[in-house]
Write a protein that binds this ligand. Structure first.
Ligand SMILES: [Zn+2]
Length: 476
């Protein structure tokens, strides 16, 4: 696999540090509110990357932190007259609930900053000891001048950065570029004990401490949104490499931002910006497909139109899966032997060849810097071909089973399992309406039959005639 590395700014052959294990760390959210839909993009990218590496046979350890101590959390606690820890606990749980709805599973480890203060203090102590950090008052700062390669991820010169930088009045640092590792407690703020007195960790240090703790130096992939390159990831590198004298990370993987332009938003999505609001309106697979339809490094024009379009795409996919399942089951076990005997059937052979070709193209796309857009196009293309074969009644039981299995593997890797599994139950009243329509048609009451069909369409269902009678499909 070739993977783009934001540090070297090129695609390089990906070979993991450990023989059969891939180690990944992605920066997670700060939990002071419901997460924005933009926070879901790095989550989806990391989970799909994990699935892809698993499909190649690697074990994957994916660590994704939750920042549960921060100025904004403290501020919300003050505003709402409750402890900062209560604010963080509420929104950390909301984040887990919301991302659970995506159906992608969870990262292997989701460390909380407040549960790793000991590790953080130990890392700061070693930076102080090595001359990379200094105490001033009850704060501790990283000394950027002590780390000559500062700026190499964000491609900035220290001299130029210093030129525009200023020191805030409440900061006692020696150099405007220095950043806080430890913040002495102000009255009423949550605090932990440390060699520098009671206080709390700065934001950047938690990610260095927790990634090194769980993955060790030189782990494979560190990811997050592009907006984290500077200063967050630049600072993470300085902290980790300053303490260890070893390379911190092998590949830096940054996803592009969601572009939610005002005009588009006010027209279409209104104020829907949180992940939970989007998932209240659209299927999770529609959101995942919207993300995967663009390369992860590209900015993504995000709109209601895009979600409506991907929702239709995943619904078509869902229907093809359902029909393939029906076709695979229709002949039952009795004709299974006959079907396998008739495997020389030409349309079947042609479609199975398409499956093999498309699966190869799918694998090639993902191995090229996780090109999910091209991979997804192969899935949709195969679904169209399968649909045509189904419509022509050309598929044997065995072929339907094989096509379905091939497509299943592809959608699993992309985290779109939802379209393949979970038989959606059709509500009883919908089935009754469909039965009534059939009865009307049989009795020649065509206008009533048409009215029932419209009513079903309105509710998102479609009645399709099949050899054995009819079938109800959910189409949106
Ligand atoms: Zn981070």
């Amino acid at each position: 696999m070739r993977l783009y590395d934001s540090m070297s700014q090129e695609k390089r052959e990906f070979v993991p540090r450990d023989k059969d294990r891939v180690t990944m760390y992605f920066c997670g959210p700060t939990v002071y509110n419901y997460v924005h839909v933009g926070n879901a993009r790095p989550f989806v990218v990391s989970m799909v990357a994990k699935r892809y590496f698993e499909s190649l046979g690697y074990r994957v350890t994916l660590v994704e932190n939750i920042t549960d101590i921060d100025d904004r959390i403290i501020q919300r606690g003050i505003t709402e007259a409750r402890p900062a820890s209560a604010v963080a606990a509420e929104f950390a749980q909301a984040y887990r609930d919301d991302t659970d709805r995506l159906g992608l599973g969870r990262p292997d480890i989701e460390p909380l900053a407040t549960e790793h203060v000991g590790d953080i203090v130990a890392l700061i102590e070693s930076l102080v000891k090595r001359g990379h950090a200094y105490q001033t008052g009850s704060d501790v700062y990283f000394k950027v001048a002590s780390y000559p390669s500062y700026g190499r991820l964000s491609k900035q010169q220290v001299g130029e950065m210093r030129h525009g930088a200023r020191i805030n009045v409440d900061e006692n640092k020696a150099d405007p570029l220095d950043f806080a590792l430890w913040k002495g407690a102000k009255a009423g703020e949550p605090a932990w004990d440390s060699p520098w007195g009671p206080g709390r960790p700065g934001w950047h240090i938690e990610c260095s401490a927790m990634s090194l703790k769980y993955l060790g130096a030189g782990f494979d992939i560190h990811g997050g949104g592009r907006d984290l390159i500077f200063p967050h990831h630049e600072n993470e590198i300085a902290q980790a490499e300053g303490a260890l004298d070893q390379p911190f990370v092998r590949f830096w993987m940054h996803n592009g931002m969601l572009n939610l332009t005002e005009v588009k938003m006010s027209k279409s999505l209104g104020n829907i910006l949180t992940l939970r609001d989007v998932l209240d309106r659209y299927r999770p697979e529609a959101l995942i497909a919207a993300f995967l339809g663009s390369h992860y490094r590209s900015p993504l024009e995000f709109s209601a139109e895009l979600l409506a379009e991907t929702e239709q795409q995943v619904d078509r996919l869902r229907n093809v899966f359902r029909e393939l399942a029906d076709a695979a089951a229709s002949a039952g076990t009795a004709s299974g032997a006959a079907a396998s005997g008739a495997s020389g059937d030409a349309p079947d052979v042609a479609l199975l060849e398409r499956v093999a070709t498309r699966r190869q193209a799918f694998a090639d796309a993902l191995s090229d810097d996780l090109n999910t857009a091209a991979a997804l196009a192969e899935v949709f293309g195969l679904a169209r071909e399968a649909n045509a074969a189904l419509a022509a009644g050309e598929l044997t039981t065995q072929a339907a089973t094989q096509v379905r299995a091939g497509m299943m593997e592809m959608v699993h890797t992309l985290g779109l399992d939802g379209v393949a599994g979970g038989e959606e139950t059709i509500p009883a009243e919908v089935t009754q309406m469909a039965e009534e329509r059939q009865r009307c048609r049989a009795a020649g009451e065509y206008s009533r039959a048409d009215a029932l069909r419209s009513a079903l369409t309105e509710r998102g269902y479609e009645v399709r005639d099949v050899p054995g009678g009819f079938k109800v499909l959910k189409v949106r």
